[in-house]
Ligand binder design. Structure first.
Ligand code: SF4
Length: 286
């Protein structure tokens, strides 16, 4: 049986590195299986501007320690649609995310997750297309123990954006679960320095992503109250002119409410930080 991490050298291949432990492990397995990064293969990290600083350091460290070029890209509201940045110049105040919200004039939400598609999938797509690719394999770090995500992506076969990309899930194909990923990182001289509970990186991806369970967002606001400010400001951009403004999650508290609750009920929610809602899986990956 073919090693799922083995890359066809004839086939252009994109590797989507989310900045999490699973996709970093996928990258390591690909490097290991191919004796380095094959020619015709590009590794991309799409920064939304709302990633934790530890994530940015982790992406940089993977590139340096494993000697693999990782292209950092960000959404831009211009005719090109993206720009290439690096660790020093990467946005840290949510600028790409805010630019997208202002362009679309609505907030992403659990039903219309335009942020994943536009800030990550499409910028990588545009970057690879600009490099002259017309058809390629796109590797993403979805694990075997994420069956809903696996099924969704397999059913589609390509990204929501394009039939030019064939989605490949080597971690899922190899039966890799969060346990194996965690065991790998325990043996490494460096790691993603973000809070992890039962293998879930609570601060991974965008810091207060609206798909994270409410109690998890509350716990994160409790730990870092200033993190709520950007999300509150986005919810105050009232594109709809409806009373009460807009929200990332219509059925639930606003980020201003969460900040208030976090300030007043610290003991109450700290106990339940992972229990109130199941996290909603998205394409952003771990
Ligand atoms: S992590 Fe959440 S907020 Fe960030 S791009 Fe993904 S779905 Fe959107």
């Amino acid at each position: 049986m073919r090693d799922p991490f083995q890359i066809d050298p004839e086939q252009p291949t994109g590797i989507s590195f989310s900045g999490g432990r699973s996709s970093a492990y996928m990258l390591w397995r690909i490097l290991d299986a191919n004796n380095g990064l094959p020619e015709n293969t590009r590794v991309c990290f799409a920064n939304t501007g709302k990633e934790a600083e530890a994530t940015l350091r982790f992406v940089r460290e993977c590139g340096v320690r494993w000697q693999v070029p990782i292209t950092w890209i960000e959404y831009r509201d211009d005719p090109v649609g993206f720009t290439v940045v690096d660790f020093a110049s990467a946005s840290r105040q949510g600028e790409p995310f805010e630019a997208l919200i202002r362009k679309c004039r609505y907030l992403p939400n659990p039903v219309a997750r335009l942020c994943t598609g536009r800030l990550k999938i499409r910028v990588m797509y545009k970057f690879l297309r600009q490099g002259g690719w017309t058809e390629w394999d796109q590797h993403i770090g979805i694990r075997a123990d994420e069956p809903r995500r696996v099924a969704k992506i397999r059913a589609r076969g390509n990204s929501s954006d394009s039939a030019h990309e064939t989605m490949c899930l080597p971690l899922a194909d190899a039966g890799v679960t969060v346990r194996e990923v965690g065991a790998f990182w325990k043996t490494q001289p460096f790691d993603l320095e973000l809070l992890t509970v039962n293998g879930r990186t609570l601060e991974g991806n965008c810091d207060l992503c609206f798909l994270k369970p409410r109690a998890q967002r509350l716990a994160l606001i409790q730990a870092r109250p200033q993190a709520a400010q950007w999300w509150m400001r986005m919810e105050s951009l009232d594109f709809s002119k409806k009373p009460g403004g807009t929200r990332f999650r219509i059925h639930g508290p606003s980020y201003a409410d969460l900040a208030r609750i976090a300030a007043s009920q610290q003991e109450l929610f700290a106990r339940d930080a992972c229990d109130d809602e199941a996290p909603i899986g998205c394409f952003c990956g771990d």
